[in-house]
Design a protein around this ligand. Sequence first.
Ligand SMILES: Cc1cc2nc3c(=O)[nH]c(=O)nc-3n(C[C@H](O)[C@H](O)[C@H](O)COP(=O)(O)OP(=O)(O)OC[C@H]3O[C@@H](n4cnc5c(N)ncnc54)[C@H](O)[C@@H]3O)c2cc1C
Length: 324
Amino acid sequence: MSSSRKIAILGAGMTGLSCAHRLRSAGFEPIVFEKSGRTGGRMSTRLIENGFAFDHGAQFFRAKGNAFAEFVAELECQGYAKPWQAKAKSDPVNPAKPMMVGNGAMNELLVELAEGMDIRFRTRVETVRETSAGCEIQLHGSQDIEEFDVVISTVPVEQVRGLLEKQVDFLRQCSKVSLLPCWAGLFGFDEKFECGFDTWRHVNKDIGWIARNSSKPGRDISKDCWIVHASSQWTLTNLERNKEDIAADLLTMFASEMEIPLPKVGYADAHRWRYAQTSEPLGKPFLVNENHSLFVGGDWCLGARVEAAFDSGTAIAETILSRS
Ligand SMILES: Cc1cc2nc3c(=O)[nH]c(=O)nc-3n(C[C@H](O)[C@H](O)[C@H](O)COP(=O)(O)OP(=O)(O)OC[C@H]3O[C@@H](n4cnc5c(N)ncnc54)[C@H](O)[C@@H]3O)c2cc1C
C-alpha cells in the first residue's frame, strides 16, 4: 500500500479526524465526508449570534492511556485544550486527573486537527459496498459511485447498519453494540447568577448532569450559559417528543433543583442526541474486512468517551500504515 492510494473517511468527529490526522502525518491524503456543516460530531459547540455558546455534547475529557495523554498534552501546549477548574457540587469522578476541554469551544480541538484536510461538508454517504479492488461509496442525492482503495466508516453503529446493507458479517459482529440517547437542554441567561457550583453529576433520576458552560476556559463570561443533560431513562421515555416541550420541561426541572430563583432566560433550546453514549461496546478498536479495504470504527468499539474515539481512529490508521 502506498500513500497514493485513495482513502475515504466517513465522519469528521474525533474518530475520523484522529485517523485522518495520523494518516496525513505519514503522507496519505484521505478525503473526509461529513454529513453536517462542521467538524466535531458529538464534540459539538453551538454558537448563538448574541454571544451564548454551548458545548451540548461531550462536556470534558480525561486521558487514561498514554497515547491519548500525549495527544492532549500536545494540544494543551499549543493552546487548543485547557483544564476546566470547575467547582463541583457532587464528588468529582477522578479528581487526580484534570477535566480537559477545548479552549474557547469544545469543537475547537477538532477544527485545529482538521486544518489542511480535504473535508467534504454536507455530504452524506448513503451506502458503502465492497468490490474486488476496494470499496465504492454512493453519496446521498447522487447516482454517481466513487471508488476508493480503502473506506473507513466512523459513524455511530446504528447508522453503520444502514450504510453497510450487504456486509452481513460486519452487521452480525455489531449486533450486541448499543448506544443510549440523551436530551440536552441549552439555557442562556443575560444576567449571571451565583449558586456555588459549576458542575453537578447524577442530580436526580431524571437529570444526569448540570454544568455552567461559561465557567470553561476561554468562554464569554458576560453570558451565563448552562447545559442540562437528561438521564438516559428520562430521555428514552421522552425520546420522540418535540424539542420545544422538552426544553420547557428541562428548564422547569433545572429551576426546581437550584436553590435560588433563576433570572430571565435569554435562550432556551433542546437537542436530541439519538446515539449519545455507548452502553455495550464492541470490545475491540475496529472491524476490518479480509482484504483490508473496509474499516468500521468509532467510540462505540471501545467505550463511551472521547478517548475511545481517539483510540479507535488511531488504531485504524496504524493498521493501514503497518501494511503500507
Ligand atoms: C450528550 C453527550 C455527552 C457526552 N459527554 C462526554 C464527556 O463528558 N466525556 C467524554 O469523554 N465523552 C462524552 N461523550 C461521548 C463523546 O462525545 C464521544 O465518545 C465522541 O465524541 C465520539 O466521537 P466519534 O468520532 O466516534 O463519533 P461522532 O462524534 O458521532 O462522529 C461521527 C460523525 O459522522 C458523521 N456522520 C454520520 N453519518 C454519516 C454519513 N452517512 N455520512 C457522512 N458523515 C456521517 C456525523 O455527522 C458525525 O460528525 C458525550 C456524548 C454525548 C452525546
